[in-house]
Write a protein that binds this ligand. Structure first.
Ligand code: CP
Ligand code: NVA
Length: 308
């Protein structure tokens, strides 16, 4: 069973062929209306279940549109409306859904839920974000970087802010695809040790630099994300904001990076908090390319999972 659970669990050669396929598919349908089918219909006759236990705009719409463009059909389900939210086990849910659908994408809270679903499903499972990681996002981000700046290998990516799930997938990608990653944030919000260990073990130790101005020096890409993720308690909001405010990505911070440095944010953003409008709407921002590339990258991920 070919699941797409995490970037560090996917062979680097497979990551590269997924990225190649993403680019090919994007180019092949350039200029077409969004609802026009692709030339090939690899998902003809296939049904994909999209399960959301957290809100989503990009993941939900890009997976749904992507499946349709490839000739398949989708079922969008929310955890609370399923028996899953009312006591049925994840294992039984996996076994049942595998009798109806060909592929399952899930956005959930605990990573364990994703892993249990994958263990018991007899169809491929895709991670659409957990508290721990967001691999589909980073596939789109790598694709976006390479469209603008060429191969990411050997480049320097600087993360400013919370050491969260999106950072974790960047760290996994740094190890797998060979780029330098710098983390700049408060010690209290450092990434999980396992994430740091993976990158270090893959020969790409992540540098921690508490001073954001120093951190972004020589950056080819500056990235941030929301200061409060969907799984974070709102009661910690004020404390987190106070800790993260020095790491806001604003024009002054970007002046310390190279003039060529791109800016990324997976969105949704809280404009004026983690990044200012000037940066988000500035000439080096590629935030909407990232959003678009979710569509193309995930189409390639689905084909890879299904061997199509
Ligand atoms: N970036 C991202 O995953 O966005 P959504 O929460 O809207 O899906
Ligand atoms: N870190 C954010 C990403 C949202 C796409 C969250 O988990 O809420």
């Amino acid at each position: 069973m070919t699941h797409f659970l995490d970037i560090h669990k996917t062979d680097p050669g497979d990551l590269r062929s997924i990225l190649d396929q993403s680019n090919k598919m994007k180019t092949a349908r350039a200029g077409r209306p969004k609802g026009a089918p692709d030339d090939e219909a690899p998902l003809d006759g296939h049904i994909v279940a999209l399960i959301f236990e957290k809100p989503s705009t990009r993941t939900r719409v890009s997976f749904d549109v992507g499946v349709r463009q490839m000739g398949g059909q989708t079922l969008v389900l929310t955890g609370a409306e399923m028996q899953l939210g009312h006591g049925e086990t994840i294992a039984d849910t996996a076994r049942v859904l595998s009798r109806y659908v060909d592929l399952i994408m899930i956005r959930t809270f605990e990573e364990e839920a994703l892993l249990e679903l994958a263990e018991h499903a007899t169809v491929p499972v895709i991670n659409g974000l957990t508290n721990r990681s967001h691999p589909c996002q980073i596939m789109a981000d790598i694709m976006t970087f390479e469209e603008h700046r060429g191969p990411i290998a050997g480049k320097r990516v600087v993360w400013c802010g919370d050491g969260n799930n999106v950072f974790a997938s960047f760290a996994h990608a740094a190890g797998q695809l060979g780029f330098d990653l710098v983390f700049s944030g408060p010690e209290t919000l450092d990434p999980e040790p396992a994430v740091m260990d993976f990158a270090a073990g893959a020969g790409r130790p992540i540098r921690i630099e508490r001073d954001p101005n120093r951190a972004v020096e020589g950056a080819d890409l500056v990235v941030t994300d929301t200061w409060i993720s969907m799984h974070d308690s709102q009661t910690a909001k004020e404390r987190r904001h106070n800790q993260l405010r020095p790491y806001q990505v604003n024009a002054e911070l970007m002046r310390h990076a190279s003039t060529n440095a791109l800016f990324m944010h997976c969105l949704p953003a809280h404009r004026g908090e983690e990044a200012t409008n000037e940066v988000m709407d500035g000439p080096n921002s590629v935030i909407f390319d990232e959003a678009e590339n979710r569509l193309h990258a995930q189409k390639a991920v689905m084909r890879w999972c299904l061997g199509l």
